[in-house]
Write a protein that binds this ligand. Sequence first.
Ligand code: AMP
Ligand code: GLY
Length: 423
Amino acid sequence: MKVMVVGGGGREHAIIKKIKLNKNVSEIFALPGNGGMQGDATCVNIGAKDIEKIVDFAVSNQIDYAVVAPDDPLVLGAVDALEEKGIPCFGPRANAAIIEGSKVFSKNLMKKYGIPTATYEVFNNIDDALKYLETAPIPTVVKADGLALGKGVIIAETRDAACDAVKSMMQDKAFGKSGETVVIEEFLTGPEVSVLAFTDGETVVPMVSSMDHKRIGDNDTGLNTGGMGTVAPNPYYTAEIAAECMEKIFIPTVSAMNAEGRTFKGCLYFGLMLTPNGPKVIEYNCRFGDPETQVVLPLLESDLLTVMQAVTEGKLRDAEVKFSDKNACCVIMASKGYPTEYEKGFEMTIPSDISDNVYVAGAKLSDGKLLTNGGRVLGATAIADTLSDAINDAYGLVSRIHFDNAYYRRDIGAKALKAREEK
Ligand code: AMP
Ligand code: GLY
């Protein structure tokens, strides 16, 4: 069986390593992949947003199954285009990917179907937005409607900061068309939990919960990033909370999408905040999270490709989806300076005995050497019986990986460990 994975980061590397374990798989192509996936997949130089070329490649190479991992191609309709050519896919069609592609859509969906989320107002006129901010409760949260590389959310601690955020989005077009419409919403507090769930539109199977570390600096300081590390499971997410989320959030969301004629098939990501008034949805993503995937999939004991195919075929109800009850920790090694300016092109060394634990996000091969080629370079994941061992082991892996100007947070998992000890 020939499998194609669209995307090129650490998340895709984690998906590929898991799919590779299926004995029916003869070849895996990554579009575009990256130099660090050598040995796991054949990288094909086609960008993840180039839908036409992706489809041509799939057809001419007789791809049997395609996984579309990143948000952009999903929102652009990669799954629709592949399915039109008869290629079975994992991932939602464009009409369902809008749950991530438009915050206005997702907020209105939650309001219409009574799914708990922050209260909000939508503005497509800057004067109305600024007028609203004159009396809005502060802090407040300003969000660009469309995709903005994870940067379209501004937590404003003051009225001036909120106005600046609105001006930068609506007037200066900091996020292009994505910011022409903004959502201004209630500021919520509480621990955050990421829950990825398989769904075929009928059955919902949540995966093990996880905790992301979005800020660049230790103790959650500094700029937001694509994610600097993760642990799973998330100790704040108790069995009781999980049951509440299933009843009030997960099933209602999947039903709501069906009722709207936008059946969601694939991995639905629930970004949750456990507020004093119960769990609420901060955001939906229409795909696996990065770097959540790098801790969640290593704990999956069932065969990933089989589960994915069950989702595609609408047979998730009959599939076995089993997770280990161990703990996982992933520490991201980035280029110093990320998420703003950084240098690339430094040679990387990853000892071969730990390469199974390393998910490469930004690297390229040049004359047989592996060079850094991005802000987030790789993630090292360890699994252990206890969270504390998983954290120590992940940092043990990091200490054996080298490249100049490497930067990583020293406190991945520390908050989770504290929460666990306090229980
Ligand atoms: P997002 O890009 O939607 O994941 O948002 C980035 C981060 O902003 C989230 O992980 C939260 O930490 C924070 N955030 C988003 N919305 C809210 C909110 N309504 N209240 C408090 N924090 C929020
Ligand atoms: N880790 C958050 C995301 O994938 O959007």
